[in-house]
Design a protein around this ligand. Structure first.
Ligand code: NAP
Length: 247
């Protein structure tokens, strides 16, 4: 589905990003991915993907929350791969606590890593998309960006911001054949959610109509659809991948 396409995926050393990178490589895309600090994991993944699927794969250590680093990254990816066709703004963190206890640092870290990063990377890739007169941008938001969640004011605000950003970019760039959509995962089993205690997890699962947490493949398959030419008339949308949690 993605033959000869170049995908830039932020935060793909583990979790959802890793699942997306694997699904895209399986569908013949060349993969540029980033990570924050997992150097060994990233190097091993780079080799594994390239060997398994015979595509070009490079992992870059690059802080998505840093504007200048994003500009440098996009330049490097274009130099290494020739172009960028798909951008997945996936890198994200949580710093959960009630507002009463939330520090300014916890607020800023989450907003910068989850939301400012989407601005940084989208802006950095813009020149290439406009030159190509094509592009697909996918922003990883969350169901809590729509519903809100106690203890996650910073995270929910960052994810709600991403939805507004997605719709605005879809309106700005639609005439240039650049699409921008968001995916809102529900409860997906990754290291991010492994930190939650068993009672919290059971509480989440009980509220999900499909009665299970999602897998990284569930999210990756939705990304594959939105990245590919299967969705050329879809832009500005938020697709929930949440087992029916959000209706
Ligand atoms: P995860 O397992 O914690 O993985 C996070 C990834 O982001 C890692 O590759 C990490 O790199 C990278 N990262 C973190 N900060 C970064 C930065 N400043 N610059 C570049 N990369 C950075 O998370 P996940 O569960 O896969 O979540 C992925 C995305 O889906 C996030 O945006 C999250 O908010 C969203 N999401 C997840 C769920 C869920 O249930 N898991 C639900 C809804 C939405 P290192 O390995 O180097 O740290």
């Amino acid at each position: 589905m993605l033959k000869n396409k170049v995908a830039l995926i932020t935060g793909a050393s583990r979790g959802i990003g890793k699942g997306i990178a694997e699904a895209f490589a399986k569908n013949d895309a060349n993969i540029a991915f980033t990570f924050a600090s997992s150097v060994e994991k990233a190097r091993a993944f780079e080799q594994e993907l390239a060997l398994k699927y015979g595509v070009k794969v490079i992992g870059y250590q690059s802080d998505a929350s840093n504007y200048n680093a994003a500009q440098e990254l996009a330049e490097k990816v274009v130099a290494d791969f020739g172009s960028i066709d798909i951008l997945i703004n996936n890198a994200g963190i949580t710093r959960d606590t009630l507002l009463m206890r939330m520090s300014e640092e916890q607020w800023d870290q989450v907003i910068n890593t989850n939301l400012k990063s989407a601005f940084n990377l989208t802006k950095a890739c813009l020149k290439t998309f406009l030159k190509n007169k094509a592009g697909s941008i996918i922003n990883m938001t969350s169901v809590v960006g729509v519903t809100g969640n106690a203890g996650q004011a910073n995270y929910a605000a960052s994810k709600a911001g991403m939805i507004g950003f997605t719709k605005s970019i879809a309106k700005e760039l639609g005439s240039r054949n650049v699409r921008c959509n968001a995916i809102a995962p529900g409860f997906i089993e990754t290291e991010m959610t492994a930190a939650l205690n068993a009672d919290v997890v059971k509480g989440w699962v009980d509220t999900i109509p499909l009665k299970r947490g999602g897998t990284t493949d569930d999210v990756a398959n939705a990304c594959l659809f939105l990245a590919s030419d299967m969705s050329t008339y879809i832009t500005g949308q938020t697709l929930s991948v949440c087992g029916g949690m959000l209706m």
